[in-house]
Design a protein around this ligand. Structure first.
Ligand SMILES: [Zn+2]
Length: 239
């Protein structure tokens, strides 16, 4: 996309708009991101799920184009990424009807509920197969790794995820915590080992209506700094 990299990376890649179940338009989210000092913002509306109003496969190109268009006025000051959130439950998403290669129109896809039995999420082994067909970056959104993968060793899980090009989201949304902590703070070793294995990380606020929280990334940045792995965000600054 050109332009110098904007450092340090202050990013929020999980935001919903009126294209799905968000209250604000893409333009309003971008405006709030610029005002709050973020350097990278991603739009990640729900895609092809029966759960909520969402972007349907036939609307993907138009959706991506609308985000690119809204990004234009920001030039190099704010890096805008086009993404989507995909519900991994086969009960709510008909994977047989989705052309995963068409996701190449986007910069990234966030998959929710992987290995989360309570939400009928897809098992990890099945997701690894899906991931190979997704033609953009792919990551796991607001996953309670410490619970969903409690039988796995951190190093083993990190090497599977990083080795398959899967990034991990740190959700700062209050809905995604337990025991008074955000999920990522419940298993720091996984994030450290993932970063050391060359895996990428992202931060997501999961905005639906609380526009003032678009820049609410401080806790995740503190976590990264405390573990010396903030560099795992840098890939998002590159075109
Ligand atoms: Zn979301």
């Amino acid at each position: 996309m050109g332009g110098a990299a904007i450092t340090p990376a202050m990013l929020n890649l999980h935001n919903h708009t009126t294209f799905s179940d968000g209250a604000w338009t893409v333009q309003e989210i971008l405006g709030a991101a610029a005002r709050s000092g973020l350097s990278v913002i991603g739009i990640s509306d729900h895609f092809a799920t029966s759960k909520v109003h969402c972007v349907m496969p036939g609307e993907l190109a138009q959706y991506a184009a609308a985000i690119r268009e809204a990004a234009r006025p920001y030039g190099g000051r704010l890096r805008v990424l086009a993404g989507a959130e995909i519900d991994s439950s086969a009960k709510r998403t008909d994977f047989s009807s989705i052309d995963l290669k068409a996701l190449g129109a986007l910069d990234y896809a966030l998959f929710e509920y992987v290995e989360d039995g309570d939400a009928d999420g897809m098992p990890l082994w099945e997701f690894l197969d899906v991931r190979k067909k997704v033609a953009c970056k792919a990551g796991l959104a607001h996953n309670d790794f410490a619970r969903n993968f409690k039988d796995m060793d951190a190093g083993e899980l990190a090497s599977v995820l990083a080795g398959n090009g899967i990034f991990l989201e740190m959700s700062t949304n209050r809905s995604y915590g337990r025991l008074g902590k955000q999920y990522y703070r419940l298993w720091p070793d996984l994030f450290v080992r993932h970063a050391k294995a060359g895996g990428a990380l992202s931060i997501g606020c999961d905005i639906h209506s609380q526009l003032a929280r678009v820049g609410d990334v401080a806790d995740a940045l503190d976590f990264l700094d405390a573990h010396g792995i903030r560099g795992a965000l840098d890939g998002w600054l590159r075109a």
